[in-house]
Design a protein around this ligand. Sequence first.
Ligand code: BES
Ligand code: ZN
Length: 881
Amino acid sequence: MRTDTGQVFKLEDYRPTDYLIPETGLTFRLSPEATRVTAVLTVERRDGVAASVPLVLDGDGLTLGRVAIDGQTLAPTDFFATPDQLTITTPPAAARFQLLIETELAPAHNEALMGLYRSSNVYCTQCEAEGFRRITYFLDRPDILSIYTVRIEAPHHEAPLLLSNGNPVGSGELADGWHYAVWHDPFPKPSYLFALVAGALGKVADSFVTLSGREVELGIFVEPGKERLAGYAMDALKRSMKWDEEAFGREYDLGVFNIVAVSDFNMGAMENKGLNIFNDKYVLADHETATDADFANIEAIIAHEYFHNWTGNRITCRDWFQLCLKEGLTVFRDHEFSADQRSRAVKRIAEVRTLKAHQFPEDQGPLAHPVRPRRYREINNFYTATVYEKGSEVVRMIRTILGAETFRAGMDLYFERHDGEAATIEDFIKVFEDVSGRDLSQFSLWYHQAGTPNLTISSTHNAAAQEFTLEIEQSVPPTPSESRKRLMHIPLAFSLVGADGKAIEYSGVEGASVEDGVIHIRKRRHMVRFSGVAERPAMSLNRGFSAPVTLSVEQRADDQFFLAGHDNDTFSRWQAFNTLLTEVLISAFRQVLDGRQPGFASRLIELAGKIAGDETLEPAYRALALALPSEADIARDIGKNIDPDAIFSAREALTVAIAEANREIFSDLYDRLTDKDEFRPDAASAGRRALRNTLLDYLSLLQGGAALAARHFQSATNMTDRAAALSVLALRHNGSPETVKALADFEAKYATDPLVMDKWFQIQASVPGPQTIHAVRALTGHPAFSMANPNRVRSLVGTFSSANQTGFHRADGEGYRFFVETVLQVEKRNPQLAARLATALRSWRSLEPARQGKAREALLSIANTENLSADLRDIVERTLA
Ligand code: BES
Ligand code: ZN
């Protein structure tokens, strides 16, 4: 474990290296306890660098064997080695030489899951961001591009399959039952994209013919016997390859594309060149074991990693500060892919919900940072919702500002200009300035300035003058280490909606530049005056969520109701309805506290019934609309002095009220939606299931609800329905005989399927209320649970601490004590995972004072622990700062 050194890396300190490594040869002699790695690096001194300049290579916990230069083993005085660094003190005078380094690794004992490790007897690697240095000493930074040739040797019976990046170029038998394979990747790549897999795996094979007619061999490798669960992933891969050709003109560039699924993985998946490695959760699926959400995730993540081949691999990042250059852009690309494969409106609503649930709290709390950070202590902690989700929104805004065609021209120029390079955000912005002739300097603050901007908007209509005026004011709240903010360029899509639900035409506008339905806000205040507006319109603002901002709008409830029922843009309709729900929930929360009456609740409750039954709306949309803002959503909107129990009660009361008022509509519809067809994972069928399961959740709160959910559970023919029913039983009827039986049946049926058991853990960790902590503690001792497996830890501990408001934030602090114990326990093996878990307390300052005090104590007790990893110390100290 790398303990914290307190070192801070700064963007402004970027310097190119003195040496390059144009070629890398690696030989692995694999063994669980003692793998021998021989690296042969072609090292080149840059022009103008003196021969006396030492060569300093990165390592992380390495055991060094031999070092040789141009065939001569070095004497101990010629180099200086620690586990974390190798310095060649006096490199040869020649500008180019060959450096051989032998290291020895113990993959079987690598529980951090970075570098070379074992997962269910399969050797695999994870090198992003800085894992390659756990394999050999190297210039382990993304601007060092090298051509790799990799030879893997292993006992044939233990590892019949030997994979690395690029194309296979040789293989054969060796003595004593060993064999070898050689892989060559012709594309220069940074070390974080290196990958190796060796073991006994089953293969699903297919092929794809590219735009220019080249045939690519596709392989998905899974645990033997699970091949039939990889069909959906393969289909998603082929659709991704086709889509990238059509939408971005990007063709695949090697003869092989392989994906390997492993069961111990820190993240979702990794885009290693030609050899993606996946958490098996995002590969394996059939209707018996995977939910519709799982299918959608698999499709999106397969696409995401595949799309990195151009946005990340062919054009990579100059340094880790530029992470959003590949991640934000690739998330944007996978969002667009899913929107095209499924329903665009539904996809956008889901994205915005995710953004608000994960990125907004990050941006509004102690861990706030710009999309392109300027400093970090531990880069692993910057794979955040801000870099990913907000990073994607920034790309979306560029497209909004430029228009789809110019945006595409900019992307084409980006690929043309920077292919084969390690680029920066400045390079990315420049291509769009060049193709559009626009100045994007103010816009680029979106990359550099943290915090969620707020727009305060009010309107007046002057009937006599036929004038409608929007008064808009922007502000960006201060964030850690950035107290004063600059004014941003915010593209606000809008519509002035008339009584027929259609946009009102206006004859002129002044006060801001307005193009194609977008107001370009650039100043602190704008008075935007529309002329020729006879009737008072309803304002539909931030349509399609054109900018990731919060709005404080003075809007009549009547107008919101009108938009929620009639806006011709589905997203905006959802947004209006959701805003109303949030308002009612907040006023109900206040009522719980001070006895005030909620306003227009009954009208809204009625509208919920109308939306449910509106056959002109797609079922998936109706399901999303009926899903009330989560407890965390409500807490975020309230902002401070949060009492999770009061929020829970308010939300529960509204749910019951909606169910009671719409009992008949809901129950008729529930019956009609019962699916008799064979299971299909497509978006339309998934949408019908989502709506029916949402209705079940409401109906379960009425009389006979537990029995209804139990029947739903028993008659389920797929995992979506089964897991939904189990969740309703556990969350709404905890402790009932129906629930106890369903949990036991589920466990008995799926005890040997870890990915399904994750759902079982997750559901139990989500049960609201103060008792859940006991169940969660007990479940850490369940035979299917393991602190060493990230999926298990996330499903139980992660769910409890970041998705169970009333359970985790138990008033006596017991949830926090459990959190401290488990985070520290996980950290011993896997600091990266521990640091992720620890972000669960990032919004501790918005809690009411008593809980706040207890949360702070918990954080302090971690901070006061000695020898913390860099990962965990960084998160905990920033959270407390
Ligand atoms: N490059 C990342 C994987 C990664 C992240 C490796 C952090 C090392 C550290 C990959 O492309 C990625 O972003 N994966 C996401 C899923 C994606 C669909 C957003 C993940 O793993 O969560
Ligand atoms: Zn990615």
